[in-house]
Design a protein around this ligand. Structure first.
Ligand SMILES: [Zn+2]
Length: 457
């Protein structure tokens, strides 16, 4: 006797970087409610499950949903800015001038942006992300949270969104001083979480994030750790960005960023440290011991010349068993697809390491499909297994650019494009079907956002 499920995806090759072969051929995934209810050979699952809808994934790869774990969502407003050929380094170039970057980001994330504005702006952004296979997105610090959440719920993407906090940054004289009250900062974070956590049938998680370790007093860091613990939400903090930012931190506090994160309770398994292009062996040992997750943003970091790969920290953290999660961090300039970020990670680390075994395809695919901690669903997303929340992507590999395709690992790492994504399921809901968004009228949403950006020029 067979049981009933909502959706059966059959006949594909499941990419499984933990399996010795990396591939489970002619497999199927059964989805019921919000969860994966069956995974196995197609013949077995077709026997065991009667589904309301069956999708044939023959000639394709079935993958856990992809993640963009670092986007400053409201920064897409910069898409309205006119292009001019640059004549000097940009604000973020080199990533080292914390005296300029930190006040800029602190100001940006504390702006008041009306929900009507951010919701209109983000609908086509989330649509593009979903259609490229991104099922989870983490806001690394934005303004206009109400609109960001409503757009995510409308479009159907899994998102973690919340206030980005700071209480100490550089003034006009270049000196760091107190610029905001700790309680007021924590209240701002609590308000977003209270308003939105678990919205969209559980797809939305509130988060508490921080502008940079250097921009937080001990009191604020302790408050963030306590708040996140009390409300059971994830923490995302920019930290260990470059050698220069770590040196500035040491000069300001007389302690390393790792030491201060440790003594304030921030080194814990609900915390994701973002960037971490510069980490010493001691930092890496402390992260591994604490169960910290690290977010890596190869595309955005390389574009700004942060020298992230040159420090060699990311491959060392992989070796140390630290869970890594891939992000883009280039909002305002492009909407990155998972395949953009995967290729960026492979190419910059192999170039910097001077060898093609510096980082493996499997390492990077694991990072690209590891949203759990950062998106507030630890252990519940990132694998195709019974009991996991059903975030599933089908990538067609029959196109000319997949010529000779034999295995899902190189297919996803080297050949796949956003346009190959045919099916996307988030939280058990079919949100991209036959390459088309099912949740909103994408062309209307795009026209509305284009109009908005044009009105700002
Ligand atoms: Zn960031």
């Amino acid at each position: 006797m067979s049981a009933t499920c909502e959706l059966l995806i059959v006949g594909g090759r499941i990419v499984d970087v933990d399996a010795p072969s990396g591939s489970l051929d002619d497999h199927a995934v059964a989805i019921g409610g919000r969860e994966v209810v069956g995974v196995g050979p197609t013949a077995d699952l077709v026997d065991r499950w009667t589904s309301k809808r069956t999708i044939d994934a023959a000639g394709g790869v079935i993958s856990p949903g992809f993640v963009d774990a670092h986007v400053h969502l409201s920064a897409y407003l910069a898409m309205a800015a006119p292009y001019a050929r640059p004549t000097e380094p940009g604000r973020f170039s080199g990533g080292s001038n914390v005296a300029e970057i930190v006040p800029f980001v602190a100001e940006l994330t504390s702006m008041q942006l009306p929900a009507e504005l951010t919701s209109v702006l983000l609908r086509p952004v989330f649509a593009a992300m979903l259609k490229s296979g991104i099922t989870s997105v983490v806001d690394a610090g934005s303004a206009g949270h109400d609109g960001l959440v409503s757009a995510a719920v409308d479009v159907g993407i899994r998102a973690s969104i919340g206030a980005s906090l700071a209480d100490r940054w550089h003034g006009a004289d270049g000196e760091i001083g107190r610029r905001a009250e700790v309680e007021q900062q924590l209240d701002a974070a609590r308000a977003v979480i209270d308003a939105h956590d678990r919205a969209g049938d559980g797809r939305i998680r509130g988060l508490v994030s921080a502008v940079e370790t250097i921009a937080c007093s001990d009191e604020l860091l302790t408050g963030i750790a306590d708040l996140a613990d009390g409300l059971d939400v994830p923490i995302n903090i920019h930290s260990h960005i470059t050698e220069a930012s770590d040196a500035a931190h040491l000069a300001e506090y007389g302690a390393s960023a790792t030491e201060r994160l440790a003594r304030t309770g921030m080194l814990n398994p609900r915390c994701t440290a973002m960037h971490v292009g510069n980490a010493t062996d001691d930092d890496i040992a402390a992260f591994a011991e604490a169960g910290l997750t690290v977010n890596h943003n190869p595309l955005g970091n390389a574009m700004f010349g942060f020298a992230t790969a040159q420090q060699g920290a990311i491959p060392k953290m992989i070796d140390a068993g630290i869970p890594l999660v891939l992000g883009s961090d280039y909002a305002g300039s492009m909407i990155a697809t998972p395949f953009d970020s995967i290729k960026a990670a492979l190419s910059i680390h192999r170039e910097a390491g001077g060898a093609d075994d510096t980082i493996s395809f499997e390492d990077v695919i694991a990072m690209a499909t590891n949203p759990g901690v950062a998106v507030g669903q630890p252990g519940r997303v990132g694998r195709l297994a019974v009991g996991q929340l059903a975030d599933v992507v089908v990538v067609d590999t029959t196109g000319s650019h997949h010529l000779g395709d034999r295995h899902p690992v190189p297919s996803l790492a080297l050949r796949a494009r956003a346009s190959d994504v045919t099916t996307v399921v988030v939280n058990g809901e079919l949100v991209v079907d036959g390459g088309e968004l099912t949740t909103i009228d994408e062309s209307a949403a795009l026209a509305e956002a284009q109009g908005l950006l044009a009105s700002m020029r």
